[in-house]
Write a protein that binds this ligand. Structure first.
Ligand code: SF4
Length: 155
């Protein structure tokens, strides 16, 4: 059986983003994996107990705070742990998570200044998944994902 792929729920069209929106990934490869029933989805922030819509949040070191100064580190941690548990339960091959998010980003995240600047970094969920050996890619890295999936499928 082909191994599962963990994905951000917002990439599948679930309206779970802080602004009540989604960011559906319409790449034919992503849609094919969906049709094959391989995608396992989660929104770490919603699972962590945050509402939708919710205030924009950014990482500041090991903390996560909203633009109006609320500390939401605990909710982000709960969501990250739940995502790790889901990945382990399904023994996923890898994860495709939404780039730039303080939970799901894998190459860049907003820099914590709430000035629209990004910096190299990863979201808390991505960080935890990687600490446990999972490969995490952004939706803008599907060429790499396609190669990795092809290699995993022949194992
Ligand atoms: Fe999408 Fe991840 Fe943000 Fe949830 S936490 S809305 S899945 S980017």
């Amino acid at each position: 059986m082909k191994k599962k792929i963990l994905v951000s729920a917002c990439l599948l069209g679930h309206k779970v983003r802080y602004d009540n929106g989604d960011v559906p990934c319409l790449d034919p490869r992503f849609l094919k994996w969906y049709e094959e029933g391989r995608l396992v989805h989660i929104c770490p922030e919603v699972v962590g107990g945050l509402p939708t819509p919710r205030p924009d949040a950014q990482r500041q070191g090991n903390r996560v705070v909203t633009g109006n100064g609320n500390d939401v580190t605990e909710e982000f941690e709960i969501g990250a742990q739940a995502t790790l548990s889901l990945a382990q339960t399904h023994d996923v091959a890898l994860a495709i998570l939404k780039q730039d998010s303080p939970s799901c980003g894998s190459l860049f995240i907003y820099d914590g200044t709430f000035t629209d600047n990004k910096a190299p970094g990863e979201g808390r969920t991505t960080e935890l998944l990687r600490e446990h050996g999972f490969e995490v890619y952004g939706e803008d890295q599907l060429d790499e994902v396609e190669q990795r999936i092809a290699a995993i499928d022949v194992q």
